[in-house]
Design a protein around this ligand. Sequence first.
Ligand code: 5RP
Length: 223
Amino acid sequence: MNLDKLKKKAAWAALDYIRPGAIIGVGTGTTIFYFIQALSTIKSIIHGAVSSSNTSTFLLKKQGIQVFNLKNFSSLTIYIDSADEINHQMQMIKGGGAALTREKIIAAMAKQFICIVDKSKIVDALGKFPLPIEIIPMALSYVSKEIIKIGGEPKHRKNIITDNGNIIIDAYNLCIKDPILMEKKINSLPGVVTVGLFASRRADIVLIGTKKGIRTIKQNKII
Ligand code: 5RP
């Protein structure tokens, strides 16, 4: 079975967690594309969505799902998103789709973060996937130098301007032994808007699409 089919399975499984009348936090990416399609089938029972990117806003509206402005909310019941990598502690690398800052804001606001992935995203240690870092453009050389100091190889992601008007550095080959510490360290560099390590605020539930069906991980327990 190809990975797209597994993404789709995980996306549809997320519908089981949605309560009537809810406002759903919606992530960004190809897995979320399938989730938005699934969500459209129950749009009459939800109140609407808040979105982590202009792309997802467009897709949600196209499906007739009302999108609210995040600035009017201080908390949310549920956030559904995917990840580029997720470890067994449910900590993630995100930002392959350049939406990491808005994704992190929604993740922080949500009581429950449900991560939907195909099985290829599960890793023992984070860092094989280059770590995305959204930065203010003028900080490019400075932040790149600091990433080299901690052992990474920074590459400016070409032709990408984020929805917030910033740029992305992808840090290759970082040895991420302590994801929470690394998240704090990179976030504290002047010029960094957000690092794509979701370690302090990790997922609460992971739905993994596999050939045999959905594997659910909740608080480090496989169900
Ligand atoms: C976007 C993200 C995505 O969740 C991540 O890149 C996974 O995407 P996909 O579902 O396309 O594999 O963090 O910024």
